[in-house]
Design a protein around this ligand. Sequence first.
Ligand SMILES: [Zn+2]
Length: 377
Amino acid sequence: MRGRPPGWQLCACVHARLPALLFLHLCLLLLSILLFLSFLPFFFPQLVNKLIPNRAWGWVATLLILLASAANLCAVNHVVQDGESLQSIADQHGVSASSIADLNRRELSGSSAVRPGMNLLIPATPPKKRESEAVYQRYDEFRTASTTSKGIPGRKTLSSTQGDAAKIPPIAAPAAPSEGETVVEAPRMKLSERPSDSDAKSEINVTSEGGIFNRRYRYLGRAKASIDAADVERGRWRIVVLHHSETQRGNARLFDHFHRRKRGMKNGLAYHFVIGNGTDSRDGEIEIGPRWREQKDGGHVRSRALNAVSIGICFVGDFNHSRPTKKQIAACIELVKYLRRRCDTRFRFALHREINPHPTDCPGKYFPGRLFHQMFD
Ligand SMILES: [Zn+2]
């Protein structure tokens, strides 16, 4: 703050949003007139006593709506910290740098340089699309293009992910099974093999923590705290490997049961993370497995060496027959980005089929591998 009179920020904020506020006021005024007119036919003395309380409540409600809307329209503040730039602040709040510059014209005096201690107004409504939304759009375009390019949706575009594999240098790794966990491909779980609830509760400590929206992470939510809480050894994780479950439905608990009981994996769920598709967990929900919490090797690739350095993320779904949902994709992008920050490593990124020493089609021919490579390579 630089000696501005109290209330200046609100004035600046209102000034910046004047057209929106005027529009809102006009709408509410119109609504009020309509309400008033609708009462006229009843404007007889014998009804006044009854109607006055009703009308009073109507006005109170209108006033509340007005106040709430005005508060919503007002910007939030951001005090500039050491090392922050206009762009980094914009990224933090999910808005564009130019919208912050517009709103703080006087404070910034036309330049884009910010100083520590500066108090900036941040627009409440992001004028720039958030990245995950932009990805939705790309995914939509991708789907449209691949649907129209051939009769079979996705085939042409997805086959190009095979080409992407060529860009990834092979990792020399013995194909030895990990901790007696011979092969962990997609679970291929039948519904008849699903555990009963009591069965699951007794042995499985997979917890679901996604789904809570916050300002920056739409899908990560409370999973962020669990990712942070794990005792991550810096530089240990070097690859993120994406899988599909090859089942129409499922969640971390079900796969954990399957891996323990049917595959005999003593550490349970072979993946570190599972992203739900709205069947047995919410669409886009990120579930964290015990191997992440305890920082154990994965069991998701057929190589002990690869399992020791790769984080396994499994999408619920069979992508030889369908595609991942938009929310799953957006959730995965958020997760990988956050893991890169958390582990302080620029992971390599791979689909299971691209690095597995044995042939596999995981995560399915309709998985948009190219999209992920574009994002993360
Ligand atoms: Zn796989």
